[in-house]
Design a protein around this ligand. Structure first.
Ligand code: KIV
Ligand code: ZN
Length: 498
C-alpha cells in the first residue's frame, strides 16, 4: 500500500493572482468542479477579505463542490479570519489557512517587528481560527529563507494552539532541493507534536526548481503538496500539479501516491489554460503540446517498436487519446454535448445551442474538430455578453502592396465603421479598431499559436493591452488569424471600456 499524498490545489488563489488571469465566479465554479472530478483533496478557493468577488467565489464554490475540503486564505488578522469563516459557511469540509512571514527579512521589513512578537501573532491567529473551524492550516511565509531553529519554535507553538496542517512555503523560489528536503526533515526531527499534523510544501518556481523542491520535501516526510494546474502563478509560477502527480506515479518505488484521476489531467489543463488566458509552453512537462511528440526518426522508430524505449508515461495515462473521436460537420448536437461532458464542460441548453452553431460554422471551414477546438467553442459563450463585438472585417494585403483593413464594430447595439492601413494585415485591422475606440492603449504582448498542426487549423491569439497603466488580456481563436487577432484585441478592450 502506498502512502497517501494529499493534493492541495491553489489555482484559484495563488494561480489567480497573476495579472490578466482573473476569473469571474461562474468560471471559478467551472474550474472547481473540474478539480473535484480530477480528485484533488483540497481546493484553495480564494482570499475572502481581499475583495467582494473573492468572498463570493468562496461562498459559491463551497456550495458547488462536495468532496474536497474548501480552504480560504487569511493573514494573521482577526478580521480576515472572521470574514473567511463567514465565506466558508456552506463548505462541507471547511479549512482556514492563516499565517505570517517568519523570515528575518519579513519580520524586519514587512512587519517592523521581532521574532517573539511574530511567534505570538501566529499563535493568536491559529487559536482564533480554531473558534470557527476544526481544520486550521498555518503558513510560515518565506519559510524557505527562515532560520530552521526559529521556524521549528513557531511550528511547535502553532501546533499547540491547534493547527492541523503546517505549510512550509518557499515563497521566493530560493531553495535548493536538498536544502528544502532537509528543512522538512529538521522539523520532523525537532518539533514536538509534528506527528499529529500534516506537513505541506508550497514551492514557487523562480529558479525552475518548484517541482524538484516539492518532491524533495515529500520524500523527506511532507504529505500535502500545494500546486496549481499547469504551474500557473505569480512570476515564474507555482509547482505544477501534473508534474508532482506523475512523478510519484512514475516512481512507484517511492511508495507514495495521490487520489488524482490522471486521465483527466490533459482536459483540466486545457480548460484552465483557455479560461485563464494562459498559454501552455509547447515543451511543458506532461501537458505541453510536444510532451509526447517524437519528431526524430530514431525516436519514432523506437516508440513504434516498444513505447517504453523513449516514453516513461503512456500518453493515455494523462488523458491523451490519439484515437479520440473527432467530430465533423455531420456530428449532431448530442455528439458535441457528449464530447463537452467528457472534457468536463456541462453547458446549459442555451449555451449548447450557441456552441453548436459555432461548431457547425467551424466544421464548414475545418474538416475535423478535435478536443482543443471543442474546448475553444465551449469558451465562446462567455463572450456573448460583451459590449463591443466585431461586426465585419475586410483586409487587403499581400507582397508589394500596402495592407488596408476596414472594420465594423457593434458597440452596445450601435454600428461603427473605420478604415486604416498598416505594415501588415493585423496592424491595419488593429489600427482600424483603434480609430473607432479612440482610447489611449498600448499593445504589450501578442502571441499566435496553432491549436494543432495543419494549415487549415484554428489559430489561438493571446494579447495584452495596456490602458491607464493596467494590463488587460484578450483571447480569441479562429481559422483566420487576422480575425482572431482583431477579436482578441476587442476582448481585451471590452475589459476596460464600459
Ligand atoms: O507563497 C506563499 O508564501 C503563499 C502563502 C500565502 C501560502 O502563497
Ligand atoms: Zn504562494
Amino acid at each position: 500500500m502506498s502512502d497517501r499524498l494529499f493534493i492541495f490545489d491553489t489555482t484559484l488563489r495563488d494561480g489567480e493572482q497573476v495579472p490578466g488571469c482573473q476569473l469571474n465566479t461562474v468560471e471559478k465554479i467551472e474550474v472547481a468542479k473540474a478539480l473535484e472530478s480530477l480528485g484533488v483533496d483540497v481546493i484553495e478557493a480564494g482570499f475572502p477579505v481581499s475583495s467582494p468577488g473573492d468572498f463570493n467565489s468562496v461562498v459559491e464554490i463551497s456550495k458547488a463542490v462536495t468532496w474536497p475540503t474548501i480552504c480560504a486564505l487569511t493573514r494573521a488578522v482577526e478580521n480576515d479570519i472572521r470574514v473567511a469563516a463567514d465565506a466558508l459557511r456552506y463548505a462541507k469540509h471547511p479549512r482556514i489557512h492563516t499565517g505570517i512571514g517568519t523570515s528575518d527579512s519579513h519580520i524586519r521589513y514587512k512587519f517592523n517587528s521581532t521574532r517573539e512578537e511574530i511567534l505570538e501573532r501566529a499563535v493568536k491567529a491559529v487559536a482564533y481560527a480554531k473558534r470557527f473551524v476544526e481544520d486550521v492550516q498555518f503558513y510560515a511565509e518565506d519559510a524557505g529563507r527562515t532560520d530552521n531553529e526559529y521556524l521549528a519554535r513557531v511550528v511547535e507553538a502553532v501546533i499547540r494552539a491547534g493547527a492541523t496542517v503546517i505549510n512550509i512555503p518557499d515563497t521566493t523560489g530560493y531553495c535548493l532541493p536538498a536544502e528544502f528536503g532537509a528543512k522538512i526533515k529538521y522539523l520532523i526531527d525537532h518539533v514536538d507534536g509534528i506527528d499529529r499534523v500534516t506537513i505541506a510544501t508550497h514551492c514557487h518556481n523562480d529558479l525552475g526548481m518548484a517541482t524538484a523542491n516539492t518532491v524533495s520535501g515529500i520524500i523527506n516526510g511532507a504529505r500535502q503538496a500545494e500546486v496549481t494546474i499547469n504551474g500557473i502563478g505569480e512570476r515564474a509560477g507555482n509547482t505544477a500539479l501534473e508534474e508532482v502527480v506523475m512523478t510519484f506515479r512514475s516512481h512507484r518505488e517511492l511508495g507514495i501516491d495521490t487520489n488524482i484521476n490522471s486521465t483527466r489531467i490533459t482536459s483540466v489543463s486545457r480548460m484552465v489554460s483557455s479560461l485563464m488566458n494562459m498559454p501552455v509552453q509547447p515543451n511543458k512537462a506532461i501537458v505541453g503540446r510536444n510532451a509526447f511528440a517524437h519528431s526524430s526518426g530514431i525516436h519514432q522508430d523506437g516508440v513504434l517498436k516498444n513505447r517504453e524505449s523513449y516514453e516513461i508515461i503512456d500518453p493515455k495515462e494523462v488523458g491523451i487519446d490519439e484515437n479520440s473521436i473527432v467530430l465533423t460537420a455531420r456530428s449532431g448536437r448530442a455528439a458535441l454535448k457528449h464530447r463537452l461532458h467528457v472534457l468536463g464542460c456541462d453547458l446549459t441548453s442555451e449555451q449548447l445551442d450557441k456552441a453548436y452553431e459555432a461548431f457547425l460554422a467551424l466544421a464548414d471551414r475545418k474538416k475535423e474538430i478535435n478536443d482543443d477546438d471543442v474546448l475553444m467553442l465551449a469558451g465562446q459563450h462567455r463572450k456573448a455578453s460583451s459590449r463591443i463585438k466585431l461586426d465585419f472585417l475586410q483586409v487587403t494585403s499581400g507582397v508589394g502592396v500596402h495592407s488596408v483593413a476596414s472594420v465594423g464594430l457593434d458597440i452596445a447595439g450601435e454600428k461603427f465603421e473605420a478604415c486604416a492601413s498598416g505594415n501588415g494585415p493585423v496592424d491595419a485591422a488593429l489600427s482600424a479598431i483603434k480609430n473607432i475606440i479612440r482610447r489611449k492603449m498600448l499593445l504589450k504582448e501578442f502571441l499566435i499559436q496553432a491549436i494543432n498542426k495543419g494549415s487549415n487549423d484554428v489559430g489561438k491569439v493571446h494579447m495584452t493591452v495596456e490602458h491607464d497603466g493596467v494590463s488587460y488580456h484578450g483571447f480569441s481563436a479562429n481559422t483566420d488569424i487576422v480575425a482572431a487577432s482583431a477579436e482578441a484585441f476587442i476582448d481585451a478592450i471590452n475589459k476596460f471600456v464600459h
